[in-house]
Design a protein around this ligand. Sequence first.
Ligand code: AMP
Length: 424
Amino acid sequence: MDFTDLKLNPQILKTIAAKGYQKPTEIQQKAIPSILGGQDIIGIAQTGTGKTAAYLLPILVKLNYAQFDDPRAIILAPTRELAIQIDKEIEEFAAFTDLRHLGVYGGTGINPQIEAIEKGLDILVATPGRLLDISKKNGINLKQIKMLVLDEADRVMDMGFMPQINRILELVPMKKQCMLFSATMSEAVERIASDFVEFPHRIEISPQATPAETVSQVFYRAPNIRSKINLLSYLLEKKYSEGKVIVFCRTKKSADDVFKFIQRKLNEEVRVIHANKGQNTRINSINAFKNNEIRILVATDVSARGIDISDVEAVINFNVPIMYEDYVHRIGRTGRAQNKGWAITFADEAEQWHLGEIEKMIKMRIPELAWPNEVEMTETPFEEQQVIKRELDYLKRKRDPDFKGAFHEKNQEKRFGKKKKKRK
Ligand code: AMP
């Protein structure tokens, strides 16, 4: 199938050609005709599949040209970064039309956004919280909305935005075309989908949460943070010393620690992005990384959501993500657009448990690599060991509620002495 088979208009075909796209991706082939036909859609597709264009192109065709002042299409995205990214794609795809668009999100002043809305627009990209704030100030009329997209619905749920989404659904007209996109289809997403879309056409382009085939995934058993740091510095200096690398951390603190370490140890510039960094700092860092001014980026899951960077050589998971879907999102940053990529995960004993769960989800074994001889593996400090053990106990108890845990057994032993063997 070719883009010319998709009933897109000449302006849109012109941008597609300018962007150098040869063929529609699978999700585009399946979603574009349905959306043009006015159907509600549930699209299960991860980033990197071309899902953004899959809904943007038909929306732009349907809006056709600038009309009235209130938005007729709205795209809801869970994070500012994703909203910025989508707005940028609209800018590119709508280059040969007169359609007006705007992205609104938190972290920057609300009044300039309201002023921009007042100037008139056709298509709005928004994070749910900011859209509601604008609406509360009577800064927007949502009564002309004809099309509504909820992008990365799984993440919207994980981030607890459902109350906001439900509120927004009350503000837009009942009659509209709805499109929901999600990297994974959990029961929770299924539930909101049933409120959101009517008789939807369901498009699933790959089995649930399957990572791109172009990504080679491996993991190292790393007993503690110190050893992980040693391994990270070895990989950045010896293995992935040329290409771009994103190092993912579970928490802001961990990201800051890793960032400081790399900055001290390696003789090159590195940046860190997480939720405590100002919006401009984050955008600057992402742009510097995109433009090859820096090679190494340390990130948390939320901050890296929706960033479109296609030429990352390796994703290093300094921590295993607790939200298992994040694993797929993280490694989707590499191996994009037909490039080969690496996803390397460091896992302590508790994290190996999580990794096992991730393997079940992606229906794939992640091969283990032997600890490199050159890298020092250090003893695990007592406190860190306790944290790991406690987490393991918690995980085991979650699976088997009767499991009392190593701590419990130890305490029982202390109190009552070792259990005597039962006599036969
Ligand atoms: P997405 O899944 O929307 O995050 O898109 C991932 C990347 O694929 C983006 O950089 C898009 O510009 C690119 N892309 C989208 N559609 C196509 C296509 N038909 N051919 C080549 N690249 C595409």
